[in-house]
Write a protein that binds this ligand. Sequence first.
Ligand code: NAP
Length: 264
Amino acid sequence: MKKLDGQTAIVTGAARGIGKAICEKLSGEGAFVWVTDIQKDEGEKTVQEIHESGGKADFLQLDVRDADQVISTVDLIYKSSGRIDILVNNAGISGNPAPVDLMSNEEWKDLLDIHVNGSFYCLKAAAKYMKMQNYGRIINMSSLASETSLQGFAHYAAAKYAILGLTETSAKDLASYNITVNALKPGIIRSTLTDSILAVAEERISASTPLGKIGSLEDVANAACFLASPDSRFLTGISIIVDGGFRLVNEMDKVMNEMIPSSI
Ligand code: NAP
């Protein structure tokens, strides 16, 4: 018996990257996974790969910015699967960096639309069915950028902070229906989203990470799977940082490293 046998999961932005890895992990634990993404071809390929490894999945094209499309997609999933146990609000973009005073309104609005409005629409649509079944696990994708901010990414940091507010408030609103709402805060994880950062700073980031490497898609998927499973039943309104300790390191560590003898 696998942990998620008989359960149905929806993952947004799941054609590739972290979302895809989460789908693979959840289906490996027995869940039927609805892979949703704006990207049709890549999404269908993800489903094919899950089938090839023995998992159960299907694809629906979904742009999380479109509230009506979110409702019809979630309704369709419920009609087809008969339940919705897990929702992973993962869809996102990094946006282009710019100093805040030079950032265009369009860029700002689009990024918040995907991350914040999209997560809200999906959460609302899935909660309707989770309440009926008195069970649900909702996981929202925040980021380490909600703790440390990231220069030139005011839109991204604002969105990821907002997702924490959404997580904590909905955790309280939905708790009496046995629905938990938690967030993940990945640090720098190897994906297309971080290609350009890693191209210039991979060594520096690894060296500044206590666990000594760049995070993998699987590292985030493992944490997501825990939050999605019955094992996390007494956790709600929290966020798990998946960063190998990156957030802990500061300039003083370098000073202290030079002062502390390597053996006593
Ligand atoms: P990714 O490889 O770019 O995958 C994101 C997927 O979401 C892409 O297929 C993308 O399609 C899709 N998407 C974009 N807009 C969408 C929309 N409106 N509706 C539905 N799908 C949409 O990115 P990732 O690295 O896996 O990141 C996934 C999530 O983790 C994001 O929320 C990101 O902010 C968060 N995160 C990532 C990292 C990291 O280091 N990678 C760290 C912290 C947090 P397109 O190709 O069309 O954009």
